[in-house]
Design a protein around this ligand. Sequence first.
Ligand code: ADP
Ligand code: MG
Length: 261
Amino acid sequence: MTQVPVVELKDLDLAYVTDREAVLALEAMNLTVSSGEFISLVGPSGCGKTTLLSVIAGLLPPSRGEILVHGKPVQGPSPEVGYMLQQDYLFPWRSILENALLGLELTGRLNEESRSSVLELLDGMGLGNTANQYPHQLSGGMRQRVALVRTLATNPDLLLLDEPFSALDYQTKLQLEDLVVDTLRQRGKTGILVTHDLSEAIAVSDRVIVLAARPGRIRKTYVIPDNIAKAQPFYAREEAGFNDLFHEIWRDLETLEGKGE
Ligand code: ADP
Ligand code: MG
């Protein structure tokens, strides 16, 4: 039996309509993401990366075409899909544990069992002793780990990550890349990452999708060779073929940046 893809976009358009104009943000998008796959979206600013994640998350209805998650048309946000943003958006007046429990609270699934699984998650991310602390007492990297725990707490099958590492220092970013990829792989989750760091995209992904702007559309898909895709992100950068691939996609991105505006 063939598995139903986790995400399917079929000829999808998304237009933002305001009282003065309509902006076609995504045009004729076709994309299939399989279970357990990790893909990255790269492309110039304004090419529709965030818009695409919001459509998949059920926050924006498509103007044309279809978006299916687990074979069913997306009707709105669902607990099966977790969305993690660049900024951690932790509530300053809530403790770390209370922040991590938020999604469970909002979906009415907070109980003794789910609460102890979140404590375990915090522990596993080296945050066990911060449960009763407050966001301002933590570093940026620790706060992003809390946001990751909060995203994982509701046990979504698909994770959408919008530049989750871009505000972090380089070392913390590398550590978090490894942590996120390990966590998703161990749990068999599917991931879609938006990043402007091409080396990160190649290091963490099975496929890198290059988008072009105005209107946002898929320009090219790069399948990452197994030796790179299966390595831990930190070591993937040292694998054979990494640099050649980096330069190939870089050139592709350069031609896109140079056009239009
Ligand atoms: P990216 O994340 O790749 O930088 P976005 O998805 O944020 O791109 O934006 C894609 C395009 O849609 C841009 O041209 C942007 O100006 C436009 N856009 C984004 N959000 C809105 C909105 N809420 N209303 C109108 N236009 C928008
Ligand atoms: Mg964006």
